[in-house]
Design a protein around this ligand. Sequence first.
Ligand code: PXL
Length: 275
Amino acid sequence: MKRVLTIQDISCLGKCSLTIALPVISALGSETVILPTAVLSTHTMFKNFTCKDLSDQIDPIAAHWQSENIEFDAIYTGYLGTVSQIDQMKELFRNFKGDDTLIIVDPVMADNGKLYPAFDMDYVKKNTELCSLADMIVPNITEASLMTGMEYREEYDEAYIKELLGKLSELGAKITVLTGVSLEPGKTGIMGYDRTTDEYYVYQNQRIDAVYHGTGDLFSSTCVGEMMKGKDWRNAMRIAADYTAHTIEVTLQNPRKPWYGVDFEATLPELMTME
Ligand code: PXL
């Protein structure tokens, strides 16, 4: 069985980061080791959330694992709390990256043209450095524009996306995937670039007019889980895009109209057989 380490916050209520990564990657058949970076009462789209930073736990936890000679097939980072925590991630990558360990960085920090409340440009700079240590990165267009210094656009064409991908891949990752890319009216999906083969991959499905928090985490966690199952990155992206879109559709049918997260619990059984 593959062993994945995922490092993100725990938002106790809100369905994002670790409360998505742990069930999704486990359901896809990998042992999922978690390293919580902070505990929040809810995700940061709620007002008045509490937050307990866990930075002081990261080094002792990692040191204990090292003393036990623990190895990982993948290390996947998502929402991190602070600039200094990103330095701790760099150290952790150095200590745990084996020859076959896949490092996936989702530089979670912004969406819809705006940084999340807790972050500033120093954080963007640090996250950009972290991306340069990854094998694969999965930013959205907002994060990509912040990291490359390119203008954020809501209306764009393929040339703009290719330019973003080109600049991002110069950071160093083998695979760069941009999420939330809409290349045709009524469609949305991803566009990725493999720097080693100079190949692009586009996958688009129906655009659903609804915005839910945590869908980026659902997408990334599904990709990680699928790649650990042996899927090539393109197939992993395709399944993750289909699964995320399907989960949004199912959530929209929920009469309780949840606003803060998607009903992935209802669709998880289907994910396990998606091809
Ligand atoms: O889904 C990304 C995410 C993760 N963790 C926290 C968040 C968010 C997005 O808002 O607030 C704490």
